[in-house]
Design a binder for this molecule. Structure first.
Ligand SMILES: *Cc1c(COP(=O)(O)O)cnc(C)c1O
Length: 377
């Protein structure tokens, strides 16, 4: 084994940590000093910083990306008999929250080019929901792998059918569409601060963005057990959905360098595209959109060969997602836009995600590109 074959991390959180270590420790020490571990001052400070960053009027932090999706559904009163339209090719949380709210997810196909919800399939999904005797209430477009979904097209269909639009921006926080940041593109937008997301903390965390002050007020209550004047005055059903003060402190330090990291991610995506676009399908970003490249996902009929070649070269890969949600046992019984969701099925057999993080240097990346090329030679 040569030195050149040292393992490359899929996501390197250590390099970032070394970069911000001093500030991080100062912020954590401050929390240990004041001791307000739950809803301490860092939480409100972070919410203001993130609202400012996105341009959304309000930000409400919460305990995970999953709860960030659940809070708006609960606040809108989504429940039994309602349909929530979701793509099948996504992480399970997008559909799970519909079931947790008591509603039915209705699965919609995605587009092969950008991995996001196919508006034509959404239209078919609304019809399928009605045929199944459900009331279509909400659509959750997912900004898969870091690029915003086609919100204008989704919005046009949503308006026609009276649906709320809830953006699943767990993978796209920081991305833009037509000059507007994710967080401002839907009636409410949920994001995740799971450590591996583009903006991650050191545990679980999430946030919801909206311009709707009344919605934020209701979610604020739901976040703490449906509280009224305090948590012992319960005016609605809620959850324990708070973000820890320590995680808010970590995020405040990380958000300061986030814009630079987004730029670095774009350069890395550009290098991948230049090195690979003649041998595999590289991801495309639609005109008017930017991606934060939560994943760099290629599509190839020879996926397993590439993955094996990379493994032999000590380069990790991941498959997001090997099984679309409409084929997962707990979700098979729910309606879908068509008998077969052909693009979701096609992609799940061919996608492969390569190492991606802002500190992936060019020598490591050259090695990855070289190994992909060698595997297909
Ligand atoms: C990560 C993720 C979630 C859930 O976020 P958690 O913070 O892990 O609960 C939801 N949707 C998508 C698309 C995700 O990638």
């Amino acid at each position: 084994m040569t030195a050149d074959a040292s393992p490359i991390p899929f996501i390197d959180l250590k390099a970032q940590q070394a970069r911000i270590a001093d500030g991080l420790h100062r912020r954590i020490d401050r929390v240990l000093d004041h001791g307000a571990y739950i809803l301490g001052p860092e939480v409100a400070e972070l919410e203001a910083a993130l609202a400012g960053f996105t341009g959304a009027r309000h930000c409400l932090s919460c305990s995970s990306g999953t709860d960030a999706l659940l809070l708006p559904l609960m606040a809108w009163g989504v429940g039994p008999g309602d349909a929530v339209l979701v793509p099948s090719f996504t992480f399970v949380a997008t559909a799970e929250v519909a079931v947790l709210a008591g509603a039915a997810p209705v699965f919609v196909d995605v587009r092969a080019g950008d991995f996001t919800m196919d508006p034509a399939s959404l239209e078919a999904g609304v019809a399928a929901a009605v045929t199944a005797g459900l009331r279509p209430r909400v659509v959750i477009p997912v900004d898969l792998f870091g690029q915003p979904a086609d919100y204008p097209a989704v919005r046009a269909i949503a308006d026609r059918h009276g649906l709320k639009v809830l953006g699943d921006a767990a993978q796209s926080f920081g991305a833009t569409l037509d000059g507007r940041r994710v967080g401002t593109l839907a009636d409410a937008t949920a994001t995740s601060f799971f450590p591996a997301k583009p903006l991650g903390c050191y545990g679980d965390g999430g946030a919801v963005f909206s311009d709707d002050a009344a919605l934020i007020d209701v979610m604020h209550s739901i976040r703490v057990h449906g509280q009224g004047v305090d948590k012992y005055d319960n005016v609605r059903i809620g959850i324990n959905g708070r973000l820890d003060t320590l995680q808010a402190a970590v995020l405040l330090e990380k958000v300061a360098i986030f814009p630079e990291e987004i730029t670095a991610r774009q350069s890395i995506a550009d290098r991948y595209a230049a090195g690979l676009n003649d041998i595999v399908a590289v991801p495309t970003v639609r005109p008017g959109a930017t991606s934060v490249w939560a994943q760099y996902t290629i599509v190839s009929d020879h996926r397993d060969r590439i993955a094996a070649g990379l493994r032999a070269a000590a380069v990790p890969t991941a498959i997001y997602y090997a099984k679309p949600l409409h084929r997962q046992p707990p979700y098979r019984r729910f309606p879908r836009a068509a008998d077969t969701l052909a693009v979701s099925d096609h992609l799940s057999g061919r996608v492969l995600s390569l190492p991606m993080h802002p500190y992936l240097d060019s020598p490591a990346q050259d090695r990855i590109v070289g190994a992909v090329r060698a595997a297909l030679a």
